[in-house]
Design a binder for this molecule. Structure first.
Ligand SMILES: [Zn+2]
Length: 426
């Protein structure tokens, strides 16, 4: 094991380099005044090309799979057998939410590239290769799908996703074709189990724990499961001036009652760390003087325990039936996404913690309340995540910030992790 010393100034220089790359990526946006980079858009194309160029400069061979994931392949073993050894996968996503920050996702891609750059620019030879992956559909901001790109890498892509439409009615399949991809090739994007030794993702924490702990880096123990559903409440449209209150079947008032119930149910389950959110709502016909006839809204429920999460969803549904019955409405629940809780591999957690200790830091362990590509990759191989402290725990917001010093430490820890990583380690 070659743990070549990395000086504090080397680490700061790494952070500064990463910061410049993150700034460059953040300039690629659909809108001039805020960061919006959705999956399979011209902005995605430009970001993918920029990342591919960096990968080549870092000594990687670059390809792109059928869902647009950019793959940089690095092999620098001392013997030809090393190239055949199971590979370590490192990556994160380059799509963003609307009005995003610049660290969520791109940090993990840039960290992977700079870590590989360290080894290709004279670091120790490795007995295994590394693939750096830049996924494109993590946030689910364009289509009602998430983790579609990492799902393809693990052979778990759901073909129903191809029929999902964005807000403009463009389907996933149409967008894929316009991006120059062929849906027939999706199956070929899957890694074989025997060619992969593990997956590691560097990501901002998106929460306040590391800041409270006064530590720059943390090791993720697991990623919470999620359920997402679309709820449609149907009533009857009517004149806002002439229909008496007791004769109304107001879909929006019913939806409002149910939305408050969603909040109450999650609060009652706070000890189990259940969180539930209604983030999007549409009322039809949507006029100031018409009683709403139809309301559609989304519900997002997350918990570390799959059992508790499913029971929260059941409670929300039974509450919904109660509300519509009392109000003479109808309701439909349409689940569109479910992810089970993904535990991070304990050996890889320990390797990450040891890498962080090599840099003179403690490594608090914490669960992730946000979904990540690592949870999908856990279906294929041992997976782990390194969290980086972010200011105020803020993310999905232009105020998102991680310091160059912390980012430099994260990349140094990833390099240490790679040096310590042994594909066969149990
Ligand atoms: Zn992310």
């Amino acid at each position: 094991m070659n743990l070549a010393a990395m000086s504090p100034s080397d680490i700061l220089a790494l952070g500064a380099r990463a910061g410049a790359m993150l700034d460059e990526l953040a300039r690629i946006s659909a809108e001039p005044s805020r960061l919006v980079r959705l999956y399979l858009t011209p902005e995605h194309r430009r970001a993918a090309d920029l990342v591919a160029g960096w990968m080549r400069q870092a000594g990687m061979e670059v390809s792109e799979d059928a869902l647009g994931t950019v793959r940089g392949r690095f092999s620098a073993g001392a013997s030809p057998d090393d190239a055949k050894a199971p590979r370590l996968l490192v990556g994160s996503h380059i799509d963003t939410v609307v009005d995003a920050g610049r660290y969520d996702g791109p940090l993990g891609v840039v960290a992977g590239i700079l870590a590989v750059d360290h080894f290709s620019a004279g670091g120790p030879a490795l007995p295994f290769g590394i693939d750096v992956l830049a996924f494109g559909d993590e946030e689910g901001s364009r289509f009602p799908s998430t983790l579609a790109t990492s799902a393809a890498c693990v052979g778990a892509f759901d073909p129903a996703t191809l029929g999902f439409a964005d807000r403009n009615g463009v389907t996933f399949a149409e967008a894929l074709k316009a991006y120059g991809k062929n849906a027939q090739d999706i199956a070929a994007a899957a890694y074989r189990r025997d060619e992969v030794a593990g997956f590691v993702e560097v990501h901002i924490e998106q929460g306040p724990v590391l800041e409270q702990e006064n530590e720059p880096l943390g090791v993720v123990t697991g990623i919470v499961g999620q359920s997402r559903l679309r709820v449609v409440v149907t009533g009857e449209a009517g004149h806002a001036g002439t229909v008496p209150m007791e004769l109304r079947r107001d879909a929006l008032a019913g939806a409002a009652e149910l939305i408050l119930a969603v909040e109450r149910i999650a609060r009652e389950l706070a000890a189990d760390r259940v969180v539930a959110t209604v983030g999007r709502i549409e009322a039809e016909p949507g006029a100031v003087n018409i009683i709403p006839a139809r309301v559609a809204f989304t519900v997002d429920v997350r918990a570390m325990s799959d059992e508790v999460r499913r029971s929260a969803v059941e409670q929300i549904e039974s509450e919904g039936w109660r509300v519509v019955e009392a109000r003479g409405l109808q309701v439909a629940f349409e689940p569109f996404h479910e992810a089970v809780t993904a535990e991070c591999d304990l050996t890889l957690q320990n390797t990450l913690a040891a890498a962080i200790a090599d840099l003179g830091h403690r490594a608090p362990r914490l669960p992730s309340g946000a979904g990540h590509d690592a949870q999908m990759m856990a279906k294929l191989c041992r997976s782990a995540m390194l969290f980086v402290r972010c200011r105020g725990g803020v993310s999905h917001n232009p105020a998102e910030y991680a310091s160059p010093a912390d980012i430099g430490l994260a990349i140094a820890a990833l390099i240490r992790f790679i040096e310590r990583f042994a594909p066969g380690q149990a």
